[in-house]
Design a protein around this ligand. Structure first.
Ligand SMILES: [Zn+2]
Length: 104
């Protein structure tokens, strides 16, 4: 089970969140931040800016799920700030693009 199955609509977003032991909180984030994810005691917490359009929310959620699926959280000692290095941002975005290409 993963992002690919979600994009193919074989599972729901909630299914995948359960599988990743993750939850989403919608709140106001600092300006220019659409979302972020961190791991707290084994739970993946995704923060999403609540004023985004539905389209952008979905896109941002996919991006954050990619961070989880790629296990970037573990690679960087669960350091929230380290996640937003350009290398990892690009990797997460490329990963979603690759899956979309595969299923379309
Ligand atoms: Zn990111």
């Amino acid at each position: 089970m993963g992002i690919k199955e979600l994009l193919k609509r074989e599972i729901t977003q909630q299914d995948l969140l359960n599988y990743f032991n993750a939850s989403i909180e919608y709140l106001h984030l600092p300006i220019n931040i659409d979302g972020c994810v961190f791991n707290y005691r084994g739970i993946n917490v995704i923060f999403i800016e609540k004023d985004l359009s539905n389209y952008k929310k979905r896109k941002t959620i996919l991006h954050e799920l990619a961070h989880i699926e790629l296990s970037q959280l573990e690679q960087r000692d669960k350091d929230l700030l380290a996640l937003h290095t350009k290398e990892y941002e690009d990797e997460a975005d490329e990963y979603i693009k690759k899956i979309l290409n595969e299923i379309n």
